[in-house]
Ligand binder design. Structure first.
Ligand code: F6P
Length: 551
């Protein structure tokens, strides 16, 4: 995107999306152009795949199977321009308080800024702090990896347990799976997030406290689930090794020094980050400490290089070939113009098995909003329901519905040419499945074709496929720490683009608060049978039914 002046804190309030001329033009185009038939679109335009392909930071996006006319994307890009996507992106990179409902800057891109760069925020350059923390993480990770940092009894650390939830869990857990081929075999990492004691009990199963290191990850260090899990883990350790052992078995990643200290973790063993890093944008901050311990500082830096490459691509490329902008605008088209309510993310690589879960928070916590910057309820659909599964497993689970169900679900396919574990024909078969599925979703199988295969009339409707189910195909030569980092940054930025177009704040998450605060009273009811019944009849009945001492 061409750079724009950093107008940081004085960004004008945008007009509402529905008032934008380019939005009205886009809707008129949709009405007049009518539904797209992908078979016809490919037949009449042999160069469609070439026209609808763009590359950046090692990733290639083929969006030719989206339900778009040749004139659609130019109109979407005109909308992106009118919504000032490039200017807002530049403002974000410069520290603008885009998260205005919380009064915060949005500077996760500073987490991968080169050491030679400078990003002033309120008169203070944030880059040196980022690199100081990275150096402390490197020192600590190396010490754990080579056995120089030991447990209290001198034993080498063999198990690292990351305790956190949401952004303090999903990114690191996903990265640990994705970067398996690069991890040391000297130790394993486990991830505990759910307040359900089963989660912690399973993670602690069969491991030796003397060889176990807990990384308590919480931006606030107040999150109920994390604090409960950390407290129980601490008690488990103390019962085995005594109170004095805590210092060698617990470190923290947080912005809250006081809470970390009062938990009993030495502030020297705390790795900080900043209020300008949102939880779901934090996996490349110190929240990624478990990732660095697992794969080592060099690979962690390769990952940061991939993030940085995509940041640069997003910043510098014209909108027509800007992969995050194209992906963001495809999402706007599908959700807000076509009214398609879901997005399936289908990574054809087992290493990305946790990627859909990670994306659920990134996309749905960021853009699952119904009120715009003006405080008005929007009249256009925003974030779709995001779900997914690694291919080919999904094919044997929910693809039936995707192919023949009544709801059309847009799809992101994600593929790599080569495999981290190149075994026999496996990668070729995997990729053949991905390509064939994209083909089947787009072009279907008509009743005439089914009949021509000799199918009995009664079965023809059941065996035909409507097609015209839109998908994008995103691929990279190989899954490496760098291409992985670039993929995450790609989705971060396409999420940003959508939030800007929709006119919502992608960086707050007030929607998680109500349930948390209501739980306070429910806890009282579950713990104390004599507590007054003050809720609606259903809530009171459920409390009575689920109280541990109920009969
Ligand atoms: O789900 C709400 C949320 O605030 C997320 O945004 C965040 O990632 C998660 O809780 C965990 O928060 P913390 O890191 O402060 O424990």
């Amino acid at each position: 995107m061409p750079s724009a002046p950093n107008d940081a804190c004085s960004l004008p309030l945008r007009s509402r999306l529905c008032e934008c001329a380019s939005w009205k033009t886009l809707l008129a185009h949709h009405r007049s152009a009518g539904p797209v038939d992908l078979r016809a679109a490919f037949a009449t335009e042999p160069g469609r795949a070439t026209r609808c392909t763009a590359s950046g930071a090692g990733w290639t996006l083929d969006w030719s199977k989206q339900l778009m006319q040749p004139g659609t994307m130019p109109l979407l890009l005109a909308l992106a321009r009118e919504r000032q996507v490039p200017e807002r992106f530049a403002a974000m990179l410069g520290g603008a308080r885009l998260n205005w409902t919380e009064g915060r800057s949005v500077l996760h891109t500073a987490l991968r800024a080169p050491v030679s760069s400078s990003i002033p925020l309120d008169g203070h350059d944030v880059v040196p702090g980022v690199h100081d923390t990275l150096r402390r993480m490197e020192h600590f990770s190396n010490a754990v990896r080579v056995g120089q940092w030991t447990g209290a009894t001198g034993k080498r650390i063999r198990h690292v347990i990351n305790i956190g939830i949401g952004g303090s869990d999903l990114g690191p857990a996903m990265a640990y799976q994705a970067l398996q081929p690069w991890r040391t075999r000297e130790l394993d990492c486990r991830f505990v997030s759910n307040v359900d004691g089963n989660d912690l009990a399973i993670a602690l199963g069969g491991i030796d406290p003397e060889e176990t290191l807990f990384i308590v990850c919480s931006k606030t260090f107040t999150t109920q689930e994390t604090m409960e899990n950390a407290g129980t883990a601490r008690a488990w350790l103390v019962s085995a090794l005594g109170e004095a052992a805590v210092g060698k078995h617990f470190v923290a990643v947080s912005t809250n020094l006081e809470k970390v200290r009062s938990f009993g973790i030495d502030p020297d063993h705390m790795f900080g980050f900043w209020d300008w890093v949102g939880g779901r944008y934090s996996m490349d901050s110190a929240i990624g400490l478990s990732t660095m311990v697992a794969v080592g500082p060099d690979h962690f830096h390769e990952m940061l290089g991939g993030f940085r490459a995509m940041d640069e691509h997003a910043r510098m490329s014209p909108l027509e070939s800007n992969v995050p902008v194209l992906m963001g605008m495809i999402g706007v088209w599908n959700a807000s113009v076509l009214g398609l309510p879901a997005l399936a993310v289908l990574p054809y690589d087992q290493l990305l098995a946790r990627f859909p879960a990670y994306l659920q928070q990134l996309l749905m916590e960021s853009n699952g909003k119904r009120v715009d910057d003006h405080g008005d309820t929007v009249s256009w659909p925003t974030c779709p329901v995001v779900f997914g599964e690694a291919g080919t497993n999904g094919q044997h689970a929910f693809y039936q519905m995707l192919h023949q169900g009544t709801t059309v679900v847009p799809i992101d396919f994600i593929c790599f040419r080569t495999a981290a574990h190149p075994i026999g024909r496996h990668r070729m078969l995997l990729n053949a499945n991905a390509i064939a599925q994209a083909q089947a979703f787009a072009f279907g199988h008509t009743a005439d074709e089914v009949r021509a295969q000799g199918t009995k009339d009664a079965l023809v409707p059941h065996r035909s496929f409507p097609g015209n189910r839109p998908s994008s195909f995103l691929w990279s030569p190989a899954l490496t720490p760098a291409s992985f980092g670039a993929l995450i940054a790609l989705y971060e930025h396409s999420t940003f683009v959508q939030g800007i177009v929709w006119g919502i704040n992608s960086f707050d998450q007030w929607g998680v608060e109500l349930g948390k605060s209501l739980a306070v009273d429910v806890i009282k009811g579950l713990e104390d049978a004599s507590a007054a019944s003050t809720h609606d009849s259903s809530t009171d009945a459920l409390i009575r039914a689920l109280r541990a001492n109920s009969v």
